[in-house]
Design a protein around this ligand. Structure first.
Ligand SMILES: [Fe+2]
Length: 268
């Protein structure tokens, strides 16, 4: 009887923790990689809400006083019907600092009927949406070149499944983005699994998301990727590939366990 009571208590505590993690927690992870520019990195919000219209999320970003904000894809979920919260969120973020963003696999596979509304929403919000394009910005005397990758959807899903997925090679990046220029190049690439190619292409920093930290993290080990693969690599944190730092956010949305939603703030 004692053991049964103990097991019930453990299960109840576990459920309470999971609810808190999924409905209330919002962590800030700080990474010091240099000096002079502060970047807030957000990713994979999907349908998650942090307060009404994400006011809690935006207030926390504002407190961090970023020079720029990077949103590395999956702002929405592919079957979302109402984009008003996404729009309000982006508009609030744009008032804090310039917001650069890319499409994730969910924006790529968004319904064709809703697509014009999605594009109009990005247009109205004043974010700098880069789809195999680049933009330049001067911050505190430094000149940054920011590229946004819109990769082949076949790296996420093929014929409705996850077998024989495409890969991204350096030559693909050169085809989509052109040759990497000299100078400080920041790349936004939703998918973190092709870091070797991003490094060889020449990015100094690459901002990714997609893996949601592995959905469940046991002792810091990612358990599952969105492609239904166990123990995915590059799930959360700072990784070094040659001269490049791969910066992976565990993201904000989707169900998760021991893997709280996070805002990442980098000094570079
Ligand atoms: Fe995602």
């Amino acid at each position: 009887m004692k053991y049964i009571i103990l097991i019930v208590i453990v299960i109840v505590l576990f459920v309470i923790y999971a609810l808190i993690e999924n409905f209330f927690l919002l962590m800030v992870r700080r990474e010091k990689l240099g000096n002079g520019i502060r970047i807030v990195h957000l990713s994979d919000l999907h349908r998650k809400r942090f307060g009404r219209n994400n006011i809690r999320l935006c207030e926390k970003v504002k407190e961090l006083s970023p020079d720029l904000i990077i949103f590395s894809g999956d702002l929405i979920t592919r079957y979302e019907q109402d984009l008003s919260c996404a729009e309000m969120t982006l508009k609030m973020l744009c008032k804090i600092a310039p917001v650069y963003m890319i499409y994730g696999n969910h924006e790529q596979s968004f319904s064709e009927t809703m697509r014009p509304e999605l594009e109009a929403m990005f247009e109205r919000s004043k974010v700098i949406l880069l789809r195999n394009e680049s933009s330049e910005i001067n911050i505190n005397g430094r000149h940054l070149k920011i590229y946004g990758l819109l990769e082949n959807y076949g790296v996420y899903k093929k014929n409705g499944g996850y077998r024989d997925l495409d890969v991204i090679k350096t030559a693909d990046l050169e085809k989509l983005l052109g040759k990497c220029p000299e100078g400080e190049v920041l790349l936004m690439a939703h998918n973190p699994f092709f870091a070797e190619a991003y490094a060889e292409w020449g990015a100094k920093y690459t901002f990714s998301g997609h893996v949601h930290g592995g959905a469940v993290r046991i002792f810091g080990i990612a358990m599952l990727s969105p492609e239904r693969k166990f123990f995915p690599k590059n799930s959360k944190g700072v990784y070094t590939y040659g001269n490049m730092k791969l910066l992976v956010s565990a993201g904000l949305g989707k169900l998760r366990l021991f893997d709280p939603p996070e805002i990442v703030v980098y000094e570079i």
